[in-house]
Design a binder for this molecule. Structure first.
Ligand code: FES
Ligand code: FES
Length: 164
């Protein structure tokens, strides 16, 4: 297989770009589509910094071939904000709880947490710990991150109750 044009559905939009067969999804996102919020750290599927969602499931984009992402709905941290710029409740909660320091793990944490809250809108702290167990953070000690996810869950549920 040689270079060809691939079509990627990222954050609800289709984007065409030239891909090589061995290209990884993280490289397509960062280098071809200019979506640099997704970070590469260990490059081995161990730290979760590169986590994006594929059809709602968290995947490590550093060990996913780009061609395998074609035909799937990919969500990155850039897609979390609402169209009017309002931050996603998870993003706001990370700010409110000082859950990011260097920020290198943050995009992956946010995407993993988003998948968790969609699958389990009322998680326990243990549920959050378990869900984030594949995401490493060298700075925060995790407590503030867990606090932020718990708070975001509450905010999302409260907003749903108001809207119902
Ligand atoms: S950079 Fe992908 S898991 Fe660490
Ligand atoms: S905030 Fe620095 S690695 Fe998590």
């Amino acid at each position: 297989m040689s270079k060809r044009i691939g079509t990627f559905n990222v954050n609800g939009k289709n984007a065409d770009t030239i891909v090589e067969p061995q290209m990884l999804l993280v490289d397509v996102l960062r280098e071809k589509l200019d979506l640099t919020g997704t970070k590469r750290a260990c490059a081995a599927g161990n730290c979760g910094a590169c986590t994006v969602l594929a059809d709602g499931d968290p995947i490590c984009s550093c060990i996913t071939l780009a061609v395998a992402a074609e035909g799937r709905e990919i969500e990155t941290v850039e897609g979390l904000r609402a169209a009017d710029g309002t931050l996603h409740p998870l993003q706001q909660a990370f700010i409110d709880h000082c859950a990011a320091q260097c920020g290198y793990c943050t995009a992956g944490m946010l995407m993993t947490a988003k998948a968790l809250l969609e699958a389990n809108p009322r998680p326990t702290r243990e549920d959050v710990k378990r869900a984030l167990s594949g995401n490493s953070c060298r700075c925060t000690g995790y407590v503030k991150i867990i606090d932020a996810v718990m708070d975001a869950a509450q905010q999302i549920n409260a907003a749903k109750e108001v809207a119902a």
